[in-house]
Design a protein around this ligand. Sequence first.
Ligand SMILES: Cc1cc2nc3c(=O)[nH]c(=O)nc-3n(C[C@H](O)[C@H](O)[C@H](O)COP(=O)(O)OP(=O)(O)OC[C@H]3O[C@@H](n4cnc5c(N)ncnc54)[C@H](O)[C@@H]3O)c2cc1C
Length: 295
Amino acid sequence: MLFALLHGVFISFISNWLMPKYERYSLVKKTRESPSVWTLEFAPKEGEVFSYRAGQFAIVKNIHVPPEIKHNFRSYSILHPFDGKKLCFGIKVEGEFTAALAGLSEGSEVEISGPFGLFGIPEEKPGKEAGLENLEANKMAGKGAFEKEGAGLREEGASENLASAQKVPKYVFLAGGVGITPLLCMIEELLQKGKKGICLFYSNKYLEEVAYKKLLDGYAAKYLNLKLIYSITRECPPGVKCETGHIGFNVIKKHCPEMKGAHFFICGSKGFADAINSQLLEGGVGKERVHCEKW
Ligand SMILES: Cc1cc2nc3c(=O)[nH]c(=O)nc-3n(C[C@H](O)[C@H](O)[C@H](O)COP(=O)(O)OP(=O)(O)OC[C@H]3O[C@@H](n4cnc5c(N)ncnc54)[C@H](O)[C@@H]3O)c2cc1C
């Protein structure tokens, strides 16, 4: 009996991966976020969006791509926490497929399948290190929204709290370019839950290339519990607060001196993710606390 049940679960898992089930969606809004990154918002033609966890991805099939483009589908991380109504993706125009996707006009139809992937914030077990925080989050459950009491909003004269909220980061995010997408979703979810100690290092070649800057600056200005560090590998323009060069362990330590117990989430190109991963491991971070997604 148990064997039959497990066998059924296994078969449905495998067949979902091999033959994803697609639903029809319409492009409802397109927004340019940087010279090469677009946010595309899709609404289901019927019913609700499938439920997903922050950090997961979906497969987008562009049924309009010209036949000469190899494969008419690609994977994209989901940009914002679940709201049941829309699926948003942050897409960097790189090759022919993304050019065709970003070129779609509002109202165009695509097919989407999901959710997929295990990248995300590990579930907290009550009584463990994060137990206390979990309890706080549970107390706040139901209040939900970012604006609610206790969600770590910045207030005037809150500098002391600010220092203590940022001293012990629980969640350190490291994004390389468009790798910000799943991390943004996770950060928004943590902010919604009023979690403390969130640190984001966001690396780009030039400041003009930083996608979602206005949104992130807005969160950092509003939420005591979010520390935001831009890292620009070329030159940081005068008057702008950012780190220059590649993110190394020293830079992480400088901004997050107390890293005990923190989880690290890395997303970006293979080169970016591998470099940060080795820096963290060499710096003594346990590999069970490093979560990595590379494309
Ligand atoms: C789990 C997951 C999540 C992802 N999430 C996101 C996301 O949120 N946002 C996002 O933008 N991407 C994401 N990606 C990447 C995405 O799936 C695509 O791989 C990406 O959009 C590439 O787009 P493309 O097909 O237009 O480029 P491709 O045509 O596949 O080209 C990719 C790269 O190869 C180069 N290239 C193409 N053809 C040639 C050639 N003949 N010679 C030399 N170079 C060439 C292109 O210039 C480009 O740099 C994700 C991938 C995975 C696996």
